[in-house]
Design a protein around this ligand. Structure first.
Ligand code: 13P
Length: 256
């Protein structure tokens, strides 16, 4: 498996942070920083309310814009939801699917993750599909079983060609927003396991070009070790994506 075949994707997940005005300030700070680092893909996944602002400001820059969720139906009576087609038409390129916070607080299931992933692909978006175990699951020794279940469910009915367009984010739930990062070895172990699942399903040629990120308290202090690992192709970053200088360090590390 050759890491050089894959372009790292450093994606900020802003979660429910930043008003439109605040988003504008942060993006304006980010643009000149990101411009210096072109050997990774830079993505900011902003709240729906800031998508238009982000798209306008990043036009002609090397920053791509993503959303944090999309519905699986094209349209209809789904109050409060946003379809993948609506995002694609705006110029959004990425969408996070099945984040553990959606699974935990908004009843997202493996089935809806699979449906949303298919809807995102159909609309031409790049899904960032999140998988990861909870602390109790790690302690019970079922990390691999949980990650396998989530990954296989998410990729059900998806072809090898489509799979190549999907980014997988391994985010151990216990490491999210806790300041408790998985060690480089723990993160690598699971990312390698996910690549093996993809290889078993789609073959090595597909698995070796698929981008698999780590997410969970990634920050300027720990990014170098994580990103140096063979099977970690970037990061999905929460807290550290809300400060231009911190996010800039992560881009720098990914470009080193
Ligand atoms: P933190 O980087 O704040 O731990 O969040 C990680 C995450 O959930 C990214 O999607």
């Amino acid at each position: 498996m050759n890491k050089a075949l894959r372009k790292a994707v450093i994606a900020g997940n802003w979660k429910m942070n930043k008003t439109r005005t605040e988003a504008k300030t942060l993006i304006e700070e980010l643009i000149p920083i990101a411009a210096k680092f072109s050997s990774c893909e830079t993505v900011i996944c902003v709240p729906f309310t800031s998508l238009e602002t982000a798209l306008e400001l990043t036009k002609g820059t090397n920053i791509k814009v993503g959303a944090q969720n999309c519905h699986f139906q094209k349209c209809g009576a789904y109050t409060g939801e946003i379809s993948a087609g609506m995002l694609a038409e705006m110029g959004v390129e990425y969408v996070i699917i099945g984040h553990s916070e959606r699974r935990q607080y908004f009843a997202e299931t493996d089935l809806t993750v699979n449906r949303r992933t298919k809807a995102a692909l159909a609309a031409g978006l790049t899904p960032i599909v999140c998988v990861g175990e909870m602390l109790s699951e790690r302690e019970d020794g079922i990390t691999e079983a949980i990650v396998m279940l989530q990954t296989i469910a998410a990729f059900t009915g998806i072809s090898a060609e489509e799979a190549k367009k999907i980014v997988i984010a391994y985010e151990p739930v216990w490491a999210i927003g806790t300041g408790k990062t998985a060690t480089d070895e723990q993160a690598e172990e699971v990312c390698a396991f996910i690549r093996k699942i993809m290889a078993d399903k789609y073959g090595n040629d597909t698995a070796e070009v698929m981008v698999i990120q780590y997410g969970g308290s990634m920050n300027p202090g720990n990014a170098a070790g994580l990103l140096a690992k063979e099977n970690i192709d970037g990061g999905l970053i929460g807290g550290a994506s809300l400060k231009a200088s911190d996010f800039g360090v992560l881009l720098e590390v990914a470009n080193a």
